[in-house]
Design a protein around this ligand. Structure first.
Ligand SMILES: Cc1ncc(COP(=O)(O)O)c(C=O)c1O
Length: 463
């Protein structure tokens, strides 16, 4: 029997993060301020600490990971690379399926890979308190955990529907010492405005982001900053430790090439973290299918345009160039809360426009079915977000079988679903339905971006 788990020793853990911005065929476009001009670092200073703003704008290929951050990451990293022997056997595929198990972190997902460095850089900058939003609760619990380790206060605005569906995530945050409230909330102007118009709204990541930013920038002490769990360049950068470790682990088991790289994408961080080091190989000529997977209910990458848009509903963030459904889009209440975001990371969006990726969208029922098959073969119970990646892995493994090809498929098992069992319950009881986004609804939601600057015009004006 071939090896099942590949461990990397702590001493072989990557010491630098990889920055795809350095290798993109066309340089990323800048975020724009309200005047339509590129934002300066000073404009972001009330929201983020300057050391992270510098990282956000950095174009160096490699960025050193501070020693103290490495020490904290080593509480669970390097994460094991698994070979899915039992799944391969069930499918009868000639493909070899590998996955990074990011569920081994204390909060149970990839999110602490960036929560730890973000909390650390804020602490270095003299910040005492962080605010954030959370969808499924994975990011909020990751930041709560990181703030506990670095002795920072933490306040989390949790999307209302997830707050109701996932009480145990809130308890995890509270156990780590954070405060967690449902969003929209009466605590901020952004929240009050939304509640007045839509008192029964399930909430959205866009709304929760507005609330968390407002809570940070209105703190009169100046000691509070906002922390985002996905989308931004520095977040994706921190996550590249996943792909860099995976490369070393594949080498240990003698795999020279990877044919297919898969991950689910909400804001794009776990997928990019695994995929970007392989995108670099693709840019250099390697043949790799790189597949981010999203829900059909929130089809940012597969159907929405690449456009400038705000990252939040109340338009507090700069305009970002990204695949977007429009900043007021409220996705249907599917159980994969972490995939219910109207936008997509600018760097990942750019890679899609450069045809370096082949995004795809799946219905929720297919994903639950895949996750149940996974649990009954590989044992691990997946987060509903992760289930989207598994559905694509099964399709790709079946394709390899049809083609009779011995492909190497690598994917990111981004988190466990032990706090998401209500979704499994609803699935078993036949209560879940698919919600493919109707075209008219998408066109309506895109109206809010029609007068915003267009990426092609901005590119021309900067050329
Ligand atoms: C387990 C898990 N996977 C994936 C995601 C999607 O986020 P991202 O695209 O930033 O990785 C989330 C978000 O909450 C998550 O909790």
């Amino acid at each position: 029997m071939d090896q099942t788990k590949v461990f990397l020793s702590e001493k072989d853990m990557p010491r630098q993060w990889y920055n795809l911005a350095a290798d993109m065929p066309h340089p990323p476009l800048p975020p724009l301020g309200p005047d339509g001009k590129p934002v300066s670092p000073d404009m972001l200073a009330p929201v983020f600490p300057m050391n992270l703003i510098e990282q956000e704008m950095c174009t160096d290929r490699w960025v050193d990971i501070p020693e103290e951050v490495l020490d904290l990451l080593m509480m669970w990293r390097p994460s094991p690379l698994y070979r899915a022997h039992r799944m391969e056997k069930l499918l009868g595929t000639p493909a070899r399926i590998y996955y990074k198990n990011e569920g081994v972190s204390p909060p149970g997902s990839h999110k602490p890979n960036t929560a730890i460095p973000q909390a650390w850089y804020n602490k270095q900058f003299g910040i005492e308190r962080l605010t954030t939003e959370t969808g499924a609760g994975q990011w909020g619990s990751a930041l709560a955990f990181a703030c506990a380790l670095l002795d920072l206060e933490c306040k989390v605005f949790m999307v209302r529907i997830s707050f109701d569906q996932k009480p145990f995530r809130r308890l995890m945050m509270e156990t780590w010492g954070a405060t967690c409230i449902p969003s929209p909330s009466p605590e901020t102007k952004a929240g009050r405005d939304i509640l007045e118009k839509m008192p029964d709204t399930p909430g959205s990541l866009g709304i929760a982001i507005s609330e968390a930013i407002e809570a940070a920038v209105t703190d009169p002490t100046g000691k509070t900053r906002y922390s985002l769990g996905s989308v931004l360049n520095h977040v994706l950068l921190h996550q590249t430790i996943i792909g860099l470790e995976a490369k070393k682990q594949l080498e240990i088991v003698g795999e020279k090439n990877v044919d297919v790289v898969i991950g689910c994408a909400g804001g794009g961080s776990n997928f990019s973290g695994l995929a970007f080091p392989f995108v670099a190989d693709k840019i250099a000529g390697a043949e790799i299918a790189i597949i981010p997977v999203e829900p059909t209910s929130c089809p940012t990458m597969t159907r929405a345009p690449y456009a400038y848009d705000h990252g939040d509903t109340a338009r507090m963030t700069p305009l970002l160039p990204m695949h977007t459904l429009g900043h007021t889009f409220v996705p249907p209440p599917i159980h994969a809360g972490g995939l219910r975001y109207h936008g997509m990371a600018p760097l990942l969006s750019l890679a899609i426009t450069e045809k370096l990726m082949e995004p795809r969208a799946y219905d929720q029922l297919k994903c639950y079915q895949a996750a149940v098959t996974w649990a009954r073969t590989e044992g691990f119970i997946s987060a509903p977000e992760t289930a989207h990646a598994i559905a694509a892995v099964i399709d790709e493994a079946n394709k390899a079988k049809e083609e009779g090809k011995e492909k190497v498929i690598l994917f990111n098992w981004s988190g466990h679903g032990l706090m998401d069992l209500a979704g499994y319950d609803a699935y078993f009881q036949g209560k879940l339905v698919d919600y493919p986004l109707p075209e008219e609804e998408m066109q309506k939601s895109l109206e809010v971006i029609k007068d915003l600057p267009k990426p092609e015009d901005v590119a021309k004006s900067l050329a």
